[in-house]
Design a protein. Structure first.
Length: 225
C-alpha cells in the first residue's frame, strides 16, 4: 500500500491537468448543486477573474469569436464591454477568427480562461479530455485549420445566453456542430495529440448537473457531443 501511494503521489507531481468535481443537489448539504474547477495550465497563464456585464444589443449585431490565449492578455477586444479586455496603451485589438449572429440580450457573467458563472447561477467547470479525433482552429498561416469554436468561447456564449444547464449544453452543441470545434491542445496534424483533443465540462444550475463532452467530428470539422 505504501509503495502504491508513493507512485500515485509521484504521478500527481508530474501531472498538470485541470480537475473538475460536480455535486448534485441531493448530495449537497445546502441543497444546491456544486461545481469546481482547477485551472492547472501553467505559471504564465492569465488567471484574472473578469466580470462581463449584461448587455442589450441592437438588431444586426454579431458576436465575435476569438482564438483565446493562455498567457496574458488572453484576449484584447472592446466587444466584451469590460475594461479588463479593452485595448490598453500599446495593445491592438485581436482579429476575430469568425462571428455568429448576436442575440438581443446577453447575461452578465464571470470568466477566467473559460466561462465560470453567470448572474442566474449557471456555473461551469472545465477539463481537457482525450478523443479519437482532433481539430484545429481557422487561423492565418494554418491551412489545415477549419474550425472556429474553442471551449473558451463556447463556455462564455453559454453563460451569455442561458439560465439553465440544459440550455447551455444544447446551445454549445449546436454551435460546435455548425461551426466546428477545435481543442487548443490538439498538437500538430502530422502527430495529433489525441490525449488532449477533447473537452469536458460540468455544468450546474440551481437544480441540475450535466456533464458535457465534445470533440471534433470527422475530417477535422463539425463536432460530436
Amino acid at each position: 500500500m505504501a509503495l502504491f501511494l508513493l507512485v500515485a503521489l509521484s504521478l500527481l507531481r508530474q501531472a498538470v491537468p485541470c480537475s473538475i468535481i460536480a455535486v448534485g443537489k441531493d448530495a449537497s448539504a445546502t441543497g444546491y448543486p456544486i461545481v469546481t474547477h482547477t485551472d492547472d495550465g501553467g505559471a504564465a497563464n492569465d488567471v484574472r477573474l473578469v466580470r462581463v456585464p449584461r448587455k442589450q444589443w441592437p438588431p444586426g449585431s454579431v458576436r465575435n469569436i476569438y482564438h483565446w490565449q493562455d498567457r496574458f492578455p488572453r484576449v484584447v477586444s472592446s466587444s466584451f464591454e469590460t475594461p479588463d479586455y479593452a485595448p490598453q496603451p500599446g495593445q491592438t485589438e485581436d482579429t476575430p477568427i469568425g462571428s455568429i449572429p448576436q442575440v438581443e440580450q446577453t447575461w452578465a457573467y464571470w470568466d477566467v480562461d473559460y466561462g465560470m458563472q453567470n448572474e442566474w447561477g449557471l456555473s461551469i467547470g472545465e477539463s481537457t479530455g482525450n478523443a479519437k479525433t482532433a481539430g484545429w482552429p481557422k487561423l492565418p498561416g494554418m491551412p489545415y485549420g477549419k474550425n472556429i469554436m474553442g471551449i473558451e468561447d463556447l463556455s462564455k456564449i453559454a453563460l451569455e445566453r442561458c439560465k439553465t444547464a440544459r440550455c447551455a449544453v444544447e446551445t454549445m452543441g449546436a454551435l460546435a456542430v455548425e461551426h466546428g470545434f477545435y481543442s487548443a491542445d490538439s498538437g500538430d496534424p502530422s502527430k495529433p495529440d489525441l490525449g488532449d483533443s477533447a473537452e469536458i465540462l460540468v455544468l450546474a444550475d440551481t437544480e441540475d448537473v450535466w456533464i458535457w463532452i465534445v470533440m471534433t467530428g470527422k475530417h477535422n470539422s463539425s463536432a460530436i457531443w
